[in-house]
Design a protein around this ligand. Structure first.
Ligand SMILES: [Zn+2]
Length: 217
């Protein structure tokens, strides 16, 4: 997919985007977890008041910049403290799945009965590939999947959650929550260990989220 230049920044400073409707999914999920006033507080804190009562619209325009997605994560930590903010970001990520399925369910092709009847490991493989393809085909985010006997590695090679951010520990908690909930949904109600092990904000080349392929007992 083509990339996009943000005219508001230097010409050598490339910017990347989510489509508006995916930005809207994040706001709807935030509102479910934080309440309307909580979302407004975060937006004020990170100097993005233009989104107050004015979430991105339901369209495919590439207008929701990675910078703003990262600022929302920073805002959660600043508003609620690092520890609580991290937990809230995971919960927002989980809630994103519900609104995301409403928006992108048909594109994912995981909602039909034939998929439901596949063996668990096939569902994990097909489900993770479909979700990665959704990001790769419909956003500027880039995801590369790897698998071994025990784990699935979800490498975010261009990550909107820590764009130009520096952190001491991996900080892309929203992606962890989204994957937890996606796995829960794909597996018909099983919990999986999901952890971000590497993060661009910590100097790594990609944000790597490791998924244990065996559900927790
Ligand atoms: Zn990241």
């Amino acid at each position: 997919m083509e990339t996009h230049i943000d005219p508001s920044t230097d010409s050598d400073h490339q910017s990347f985007f989510y489509p508006n409707r995916m930005g809207r999914v994040i706001f709807l999920a935030m509102e479910e977890i934080l309440g309307h006033s909580g979302v407004n507080a975060v937006l004020n804190l990170v100097h993005l008041p233009a989104y107050i009562n004015n979430y991105p619209p339901y369209n495919q325009d590439f207008s929701f910049p990675f910078e703003h997605i990262t600022q929302l994560q920073v805002g959660l930590e600043n508003a609620y403290g690092p520890r609580a903010g991290r937990g809230l970001a995971v919960r927002v990520g989980r809630a994103c799945l519900k609104y995301g399925l409403r928006e992108f369910g048909p594109e994912l092709g995981l909602t039909d009965l034939a998929f439901r009847l596949l063996p668990l490991q096939t569902k994990l493989k097909n489900g993770s590939e479909a979700l990665a393809a959704l990001f790769n085909n419909f956003t500027d985010q880039r995801v590369r999947l790897e698998r071994d006997e025990k784990y699935i590695y979800w490498h975010i090679e261009r990550c909107p959650l820590c764009w130009h951010r520096q952190a001491e520990a991996p900080c892309c908690h929203l992606a962890v929550g989204l994957l937890q909930e996606a796995l829960f949904w794909v597996s018909g109600g099983k919990y999986f260990e999901v952890e971000e092990k590497k993060c661009v904000a910590c100097g790594d080349s990609a944000c790597t989220i490791v998924i244990d392929r065996t559900p927790m007992g």
